[in-house]
Design a protein around this ligand. Sequence first.
Ligand SMILES: Cc1ncc(COP(=O)(O)O)c(C=O)c1O
Length: 428
Amino acid sequence: MIEKSIALFNRAQQSIPGGVNSPVRAFKSVGGTPVFMKSAKGAYMFDADGNRYIDYINSWGPMILGHAYEPVVKAIQEYAQYSTSFGAPTELEIEMAELIISIAPNVDLIRMVSSGTEACMSAIRLARGYTGRNKIIKFEGCYHGHADSFLVKAGSGVATFNIQTVPGVTAGVANDTLTCAYNDLDAVKQLVAEHHNEIAAIIIEPVAGNMGCILPQEGFLEGLRAICDLQGIVFIMDEVMTGFRLAPGGAQERLKVNADLVTYGKVIGGGMPVGAFGGKKEIMQHISPLGNVYQAGTLSGNPLAMIAGYVMLKTLKENPSIYKHLEESTNYLRKGLDEVLKASGTPYVINQLGSMISIHFSEHPITNFSSAAAANNELFKKFFHAMLKRGVYLPPSAFETWFLCNALTREDLDMTIQKAKESLQEIL
Ligand SMILES: Cc1ncc(COP(=O)(O)O)c(C=O)c1O
């Protein structure tokens, strides 16, 4: 029963475009009515009708410790009384920067912003300002937020809605964004040769999460690193999803590849609107007011956002067992899903690294956007709804990774596997 959600969705559409403030939430690609949430605690979300869901999106990544994690909630409550914003520097911002630098590899300086989009957009501007070049290379199916430069062959909602070219993005901007297939190093080499001395940056999701979960093949990231070194190109690892999730030091630590610039979002804000970009001093010192690449924000370094993120990151830094537990939970889920999918007889692929995992209904390996798009995404829609009605909240699109949180218990995972079995029996 989702009567209240149905009523809320009807009402929302009168005042909000499509009834939602971010497109994928509208469930358009899977059909049906989006479920309106009222509260969440630990691994569970509760909707307006009082239904409980085991949550596998975790606010699309941030809630790695589960919803309403008490130390974060308490810190926000305490800091709210000192003012919700100053527009002037605070000691807390220094503590946050120092903490991130102590955790993240290759970050000498870090600038806080309010979203992952802002972080990636600013990193690209910085790379252009630093190199004096205009073009960037991104990968098909990777999503780096909704800044104009990135809405070319993007993943996430852009892929979900099958949008080929985005109205409003000028041809000039689009022409400066070159694209290659994920995992295709030869294509990158060719592009770089064709555009000698024109490419400012290569930006990549080191583990892609916006076409489902897709892993970099052996040598791919290392190959990109080598090309960047050879050609004076800035290598930007977009760790908005992977940062503080795959390891305290994100994909850089986990996969042992070094970036020149890194972008963060999601986990870094503990559920508050936060992003950041950082990297080597040689490059970061070109950002204003140190240098003349302009970048700013009224609410950047906002005290409530900073304290939420600080408490979250400090908890992660001081408790490495969290990553072990997340990994064990995800491995357990993967094994269980593997068994029920195998028994169902339908072709499938499970991709996973750490606590990022996804299922594609496909006979072929899923290594890039075209293989993800060729999977049986109609079947995914049915699977999504069958799981939702059984109380398991998956991302409402095959082009999104699932995220696990540390609050999930063995019972939750067993229930998820059981519900997957029932769902497959219903839809196949
Ligand atoms: C890898 C990646 N980069 C950037 C972004 C944009 O972040 P935000 O939605 O906070 O603007 C996202 C959002 O999902 C993302 O997954």
